[in-house]
Design a protein around this ligand. Structure first.
Ligand SMILES: Cc1ncc(COP(=O)(O)O)c(C=O)c1O
Length: 410
């Protein structure tokens, strides 16, 4: 987005009445002019009301590594409580660069090619606001998609081009991808490992993303917040594929890797010119955030390999417990290859309308889930109508209880 266009959006938002058009266009307002309620809030309220186990929202219910928590406490005690530098604390920038080299062999200049953001969400929104020039620009996303993507694309004033994942295996359909990307495509947005399906994109799919981005001169934005939570093979960042690094913004976050989702420490790295563009927006969104958490995340990124492999193994075990309960209940379950979520098909249980099914679930079996339609544009909802998303990032005993309730409930 040009700076002038960005400013006009900003001023639109403070002119009485105009903000409503912007917000309504982004799907953020309900018909009565109030903030549109989300299914996540509705389902969490249902969990609180009924005492059901909340497998709706994806946040862990136990603390992450002691080394990381202790480092944050120490930082507060040592007075690391004021604004850090705009790009992020130098030691965290260095730790991110070291981490990308250690795990993926990527070379990232900590001084010019990375910035710390308020979670992956701010990195993503800043990147879109920075790169979109106007309403003719298109952003290709794989559907279903993490719910902030469509809102951020709308706020940036671009057109969303959803490409549905194949319902058979939740992999990208390469023909549909090729026909969606064109010379108006400014950004191809990838989320791998994928929320909500748990898919790890095939190497062929990632290569095709890079080929199409090169052909149509698009930027790849890749959301890799579940990078360390893969169950079959180590994660492959898009930026590590031939031809990708010079046009890719790689986004990740400490929230999932270290079970600190409330800290909202994320980052984005890529070529210096793209990072400069992101910084021009980011400096007026939050400017900076979470100074004492930044050294703590740096400590986390430097933990030994066993921490990272152990976290993935534990999460895989949690998915197995949840999956057994779901299968015993009669759901068809797609075993996830990464991330916090398992997808279950309720069709055989009469759940052809997963949203209605989810609304009944707390009273019926004492478990809360989210319908996949919450992650899908209106025109494609029918393809996902029987599917539910369950979060496996909870304590083993909580998942065992949820699995028992599910198995006994149908
Ligand atoms: C795919 C994906 N991207 C981004 C986020 C948000 O990350 P953060 O809390 O670091 O902003 C989430 C959180 O659920 C997610 O699942």
């Amino acid at each position: 987005m040009s700076f002038a266009y960005g400013l006009s959006l900003f001023f639109m938002s403070v002119i009485p009445g105009a903000w409503r058009r912007t917000a309504a266009g982004a799907g953020l307002l309900a018909a009565d002019g109030t903030v549109a309620p989300t299914i996540f809030a509705e389902m969490s309220a249902a969990a609180a009301r009924t005492g059901a186990i909340n497998l709706g929202q994806g946040f862990p219910d136990e603390d992450g590594p002691a080394e990381v928590l202790d480092a944050a406490r120490r930082a507060i005690a040592d007075g690391v409580n004021q604004y850090p530098p705009g790009r992020g604390s130098p030691d965290l920038l260095l730790a991110i660069s070291e981490h990308q080299h250690r795990f993926y062999g990527l070379d990232v200049d900590p001084a010019t090619e990375v910035i710390v953001t308020a979670g992956a969400t701010e990195a993503l929104t800043s990147a879109l606001l920075a790169l979109i020039d106007g309403p003719d620009d298109e952003v290709v996303v794989f559907e279903p998609y993490y719910d902030s993507y469509a809102a951020a694309v709308a706020l940036a004033g671009a057109r969303l081009r959803p490409v549905p994942l194949r319902t058979s295996d939740f992999q990208p359909d390469l023909d549909r991808l090729a026909s969606a990307v064109n010379d108006r495509t400014r950004v191809i947005l990838v989320n791998d490992p994928h929320n909500p399906t748990g898919t790890v994109f095939s190497r062929d799919a990632l290569r095709e993303v890079v080929r199409l981005a090169e052909k149509h001169d698009a930027v790849i934005i890749t959301d890799e917040v579940y990078e360390h939570l893969t169950f079959r093979a180590p994660h492959t960042p898009v930026a590590s594929l031939p031809g990708a690094a010079s046009r890719t913004l790689t986004i990740s976050s400490a929230g999932k890797t270290f079970a600190v989702t409330g800290w909202k420490i994320g980052w984005v790295h890529g070529p210096a010119d793209l990072i400069t563009a992101v910084l021009t927006v980011k400096q007026y969104l939050t400017y900076v955030n979470g100074s004492p958490f930044q050294p703590a995340v740096a400590a986390g990124l430097r933990l030994p390999d066993e921490y990272f492999s152990g976290a993935a193994e534990l999460l895989a075990r949690k998915h197995r417990i949840l999956g057994e309960g779901l299968r015993a209940a009669g759901f068809a379950v797609t075993a996830p290859e990464g991330g916090y979520f398992s997808v279950a098909d309720a069709t055989e249980l009469g759940g052809t309308d997963a949203a209605a099914f989810c609304r009944e679930l707390p009273e019926r079996v004492g478990v809360v889930a989210i319908p996949l339609t919450a992650f899908v544009s209106a025109e494609n909802r029918h393809s996902y109508a029987g599917l539910l998303r369950f979060a496996a990032c909870k304590r083993i005993e909580v998942l065992e209880e949820a699995a028992a309730r599910l198995a006994a409930g149908f």
